[in-house]
Every structure is written in C-alpha cells, then in structure tokens.
Design a protein around this ligand. Structure first.
Ligand code: PGA
Length: 226
C-alpha cells in the first residue's frame, strides 16, 4: 500500500496567493472549501453536507465537491465533533452521502482518554455502509490529546490502536475487508516523528495538520514515509 499523506490545512491560509505557494506534490491537500476549484493536484475537502442539495444555507454538497474533481473528504474530525457539536449520527449521515456521491471518505476517530470510544465511533460512523463501499473508506486514528498539542502519540500506543481498529473493523465487516482499509495516524506529526508511524507502527499514511502549512516540512514528511 502506497503511504497516503493527507494535509489538513484547516482554516489556513487566508489568501489564494499563499495557498498556491503551499501546494506540495505527493500529498492530498485539504484546503478551505473556496480554494478547491482554484488549486491543482490531488485534493480533499475538510467536511461536507449530509444532504445532496437544497435549502441548507452555508452548506457544501458532496456532489459539488465531486464536480470540482475533489477525491477525498475528511469527516468526523475532532474539531468538527467538539467545536461544531457533530455527533456520530450526523457524521454517519455525511459518510453515507459522501460515499454515495463517489467521494473517498477519511473518517477520523480518536479517544479523549478511553479506547472504548474507538468502537463506538467506528460502529456508529460506519453504520449502513456496505462492504463494497468500504473500499472507499480510510480511517484516520487521531487521539484528541495529540492534535495540535505537540504531544504526538508513541509508536507503541499507535501500533496497538491500529491493531484494535482493525479488530473492530473485522468484527463489523470481515477480516479481508479490515486488512485492506488504510489506517492513518494523525496528531502532532512532524518530519522528525513521521517515518516511525509508517515504518514501525504500521500506519498506512498520515493526516498532518500544523506541519502541512510549511511546504518544506511537508515534503520531508512525504519523503520520510517511503
Ligand atoms: P496537527 O493536526 O498535525 O496540527 O496535530 C492534525 C489534525 O488535526 O488532523
């Protein structure tokens, strides 16, 4: 499996000129929505609506993303869960709508403290998703305490969480499906710690926030994953 490096720019930068300079080849770039039609390369969105179209002021349809050649959508990010009160039920509706619209879904899961939360987030987030559709799902393991804090998760703990996630997916779908789903690590990834997640912890890629805003750093992270 080729490592999948996803750059989550969050609400950065604040100008198109800057955004154009920040593109790095070899990563899926997830910029703010408004830049999606204006940037080149492999692109992902940071969120989408659970609805197809209609009277939903301020929302963005997954069909609109698809039309702009966007390939991926990040759903269930801990900032969406915490700051925008997204529940597992809301995230599940988005997951299903995004898959039905032909997007690949990066479903974020991660504990605040207790690991049981991973089972609930996976069970509820993927409810009603078919075995076929699972080939378009990527899981990002992001312990909440590691996001944007500089406190990245240890290699050992990441490895055990990835194994746990595969077990849960195997119970929900099948062993064969669980083995094929890419599982990424995210949370204070930088070029000094990135390689170990892929080479030692068994992650199939990385979801990079803060460090993805610096093109040189993101390039180093990509190189470290091979
Ligand atoms: P971080 O963010 O790399 O800045 O910790 C990761 C994320 O939010 O996906």
């Amino acid at each position: 499996m080729k490592p999948l490096i996803i750059a989550n720019w969050k609400m950065n930068p604040t100008s198109l000129a800057e955004a154009k300079k920040m593109i790095v080849k070899g990563a899926v770039i997830c910029p703010p929505f408004v830049y999606l039609g204006l940037l080149r390369g492999e692109l992902g969105a940071q969120n989408c609506s659970s609805e197809e179209k209609g009277a939903f002021t301020g929302e963005i349809s997954p069909l609109t993303l698809k039309d702009l050649k966007v390939k991926y959508v990040i759903l269930g990010h801990s900032e969406r869960r915490k700051l925008f009160s997204e529940t597992d039920e809301m995230i599940n509706k988005k997951v299903r709508r995004a898959l039905a619209s032909g997007l690949k879904v990066v479903l974020c899961v991660g504990e605040i403290d207790k690991k049981e939360v991973l089972k609930i987030q996976l069970e509820k987030g993927l409810e009603g998703v078919s075995r076929d559709e699972m080939s378009k799902v990527i899981i990002a393991y992001e312990p909440v305490w590691a996001i944007g804090t500089g406190k990245n998760c240890s290699v050992d703990e990441t490895m055990s969480s990835i194994i746990l996630i595969r077990q849960i997916l195997s119970n929900l779908f099948s062993r064969a499906i669980a083995d094929k789903i890419p599982i990424l690590y995210g949370g204070s990834v930088n070029s000094s710690n990135s390689g170990a997640y892929i080479k030692e912890a068994g992650a199939n890629g990385l979801l990079v926030g803060g460090a993805s805003l610096k093109p040189d750093e993101l390039s180093k992270i990509i190189k470290s994953s091979y």
